[in-house]
Write a protein that binds this ligand. Structure first.
Ligand SMILES: [Mg+2]
Length: 390
């Protein structure tokens, strides 16, 4: 089997005005994603997803990464990843046995594009093998516990919002620390108290600060939230302050989670070397695809750090995240978006198998296991402009 062409299609999922709400990131007007297609001479095509600006990702994939791997055999998926990561020094890197990455490919949008290509390579490889991706990776389970992820409601409205997630069957739910009504410690405590009231004592509650606090505020907030039995405090500080996140972790009994904005195992090693991590949240469409996320899972398991894949934005990304969860022994829970996101739920012919007991079940078809609806690319056509407005 040989790769004949690599293509990318930029996509957008606009949020209707009445469903828009303000967070610390601004007002979300759309969700963007790029779908990557890897065509082969067998007629099989693989599908992947990449975060990052989808128009830029398309250019990177079609002008730079794709031509590098035309002619490669998708069964050699590690080789393809290393070829993309190392660029022109791929050959000496493989001969010497250490990586010599092309400067622009280590992180950022180029790594996001590499991640998307890697997902598509694994999809087509698993289709050729006749098994789902998670079985090609090495299955550890075929169902996983899920958590309802959202929680933007202001003030005491958090009670009904989070109770609604629990009523869907989720045994764990996550809320944003910065809601629609802005941030203060007092307001956050009020919202978290309301959420705990809404879900009762038996449902796990997580909080997410989107990396928006400084160390001292994050420490003060963690102290104020400890009595509400928080399962993890996500991105308390900037993802560029691993040292600061380590300080927060030392100061609180609440486990610390992060990783959705990190790239490759090198970032996760740095987080662990700073003592900054209890739960790792790599995004398969950013951190490096199946190939690299499998390495991240192995690496983090050495410090008993658990894996909770970040999964947000598109059905392809969510499908890939399901396969990650089924193949990583240290994955304990998977994110299920409760935001407005038709590009997750209306992209495929097949529905996702999310059960009333709050578990997600693996697809059983070969590859990623999902088929694009005939109108999907037209329906979610790319709209230029930023995702958030301030
Ligand atoms: Mg988050």
């Amino acid at each position: 089997m040989k790769i004949t062409q690599v293509r990318a299609v930029p996509m957008s999922d606009p949020v209707p005005v009445e469903r828009r709400h303000r967070t610390d990131l601004g007002t979300k007007v759309k969700t963007d994603s790029a779908i990557i297609f890897v065509d082969t001479d067998t007629g099989l095509t693989g599908m992947g997803a990449a975060l990052g600006n989808p128009g830029v990702v398309q250019a990177i994939v079609e002008h730079e990464l794709g031509p590098d791997i035309v002619g490669e055999d998708p069964m050699f998926s590690e080789r393809i990843y290393e070829k993309l990561y190392n660029g022109s020094r791929f050959r000496p890197a493989m001969e010497r046995g250490w990586q010599q990455p092309e400067p622009s490919r280590r992180r950022g949008m180029v790594m996001e594009a590499i991640a998307g290509v890697d997902i598509a390579v694994w999809d087509v490889k698993a289709q050729a093998l006749g098994v789902p991706v998670y079985q090609a990776l090495g299955a550890v389970r075929s169902e996983v516990r899920a958590y309802g992820s959202g929680g933007w409601a202001p003030g005491d409205e958090a009670e009904a919002e989070m109770a609604g997630y629990a009523a869907k069957g989720f045994s764990a739910v996550k809320m944003r620390v910065v809601g629609r009504d802005g941030f203060s410690i007092e307001n956050t405590v009020r919202r978290v108290r309301a959420a705990r009231r809404g879900i009762g004592p038996d449902v796990e509650l997580m909080v997410d600060a989107h990396g928006s606090l400084d160390v001292s505020t994050a420490v003060r907030l963690s102290k104020a939230l400890e009595e509400y039995d928080i399962a993890w405090f996500e991105e308390p500080v900037s993802p560029d302050d691993h040292h600061g996140q380590g300080l927060v972790r030392q100061a609180t009994k609440i486990p610390i989670a992060s990783g959705e904005r990190e790239f490759t195992r090198h970032d996760f090693l740095d987080l662990m070397e700073h003592g900054a991590l209890d739960i790792a949240q790599p995004d398969v469409a950013r951190a490096g695809g199946f190939t690299e996320i499998r390495r991240i899972a192995a690496l983090t398991s050495t410090r008993q750090v658990r894996l909770a894949p970040h999964a947000w934005g598109s059905g392809v990304l969510f499908a890939a995240s399901i396969h990650v969860a089924m193949a990583a022994a240290n994955c304990h829970i998977l994110e299920v978006s409760q935001g407005y996101m038709p590009m997750i739920w209306e992209l495929f012919e097949e529905p996702f198998d999310i059960r009333p007991d709050g578990t997600v079940h693996a697809p059983e078809k070969p590859g990623l296991g999902f088929t694009l609806r005939p109108d999907a690319l037209e329906k979610f056509k790319y709209l230029p402009g930023p995702e958030y407005e301030w």
